[in-house]
Design a protein around this ligand. Structure first.
Ligand SMILES: Nc1ncnc2c1ncn2[C@@H]1O[C@H](COP(=O)(O)OP(=O)(O)OP(=O)(O)O)[C@@H](O)[C@H]1O
Length: 246
């Protein structure tokens, strides 16, 4: 990998500038993110790595707009709508797989995956069908089941399928392979890689060496700071080997 000076490149889809996020724990102030800057690019499968507590979830939550920064900016750039905050973008533009998954238990697996399309019918044309995504993620047989009656790994793949439903230009995932067995880690990675290959920016967090080694770019955090931002030699625009594609 080579050192990646991401902030120098044009064509970014999301820009993070000098972002700091503190949490108060009693008398103690925890600096979860400390003056972090980076840019995300279409066509790139990036992984946020780093030890537990290094700030990965906080970074993803700020990018997804589910948390606000104390200072600094998170700025959507074209083809995302501009002049809005990340939290206003919605499924057609930004899909997030949070660690808690946020599946709706009163809806079936298929209904959960269809939700972004049901809420944004105009954005659904030309996007993969719910059935196709369920098959690709090997949960087609669970379409009519409620998420609470499926395994943790199956629920996680449901949340990944939901995130892909409108083929968003930006997909974020907080350890989206964390509940998968080895074969399904490779499956989820191949699906995310294909999504990046089609031109989207993908950023996921992971501790898993297999996930980290499959990334186009590895952003390593420690104590709320980016300590390395490296790109693999292989351009993100090259497709994954056919054997890895779903
Ligand atoms: N709501 C909160 N209140 C207090 N401290 C928090 C809160 N959320 C995160 N932190 C602290 O901020 C720091 C960064 O946490 P974060 O969850 O972003 O790390 P992480 O790298 O995602 O960890 P993990 O790999 O264990 O999920 C940690 O010290 C954590 O304890």
């Amino acid at each position: 990998m080579t050192q990646y000076s991401g902030t120098q490149h044009s064509g970014a889809i999301m820009s993070v500038t000098g972002v700091t996020r503190r949490f108060q724990r009693g008398a103690e102030t925890v600096l979860a993110l400390d003056n972090v800057s980076l840019e995300l690019y279409p066509g790139e499968l990036a992984v946020a790595a780093g030890p537990s507590g290094s700030g990965k979830t906080t970074l993803l939550s700020l990018l997804a707009g589910t948390e606000a920064a104390d200072s600094g900016q998170v700025t959507p750039l074209p083809p995302l709508p501009t002049g809005v905050s990340p939290g206003e973008l919605g499924w057609p533009y930004l899909a997030f797989v949070p660690q808690a998954l946020a599946l709706l238990d009163e809806f079936t697996v298929a209904e959960n995956v269809s939700l972004p399309a049901a809420l944004n019918p105009a954005a659904a044309s030309g996007t993969p069908s719910t059935e196709e995504l369920l098959e690709r993620l090997e949960i087609g047989h669970l379409a009519g089941r409620y998420p609470s009656l499926t395994s943790g790994g199956e629920q996680q793949r449901t949340a990944v399928a939901r995130a892909l439903r409108l083929r968003p230009p930006l997909l974020l995932g907080d350890e989206p392979t964390g509940h998968q067995d080895r074969a399904r880690v490779a499956l989820v990675l191949s699906v995310l890689r294909l999504h990046a290959y089609h031109g989207s920016a993908v950023l996921i967090s992971s501790h898993d060496p297999e996930v980290i080694s499959a990334a186009d770019r590895v952003i390593t955090l420690a104590d709320g700071r980016i300590v390395a931002d490296e790109r693999a030699g292989t351009p993100a625009s090259q497709p994954a080997p056919a054997s890895q594609q779903a």
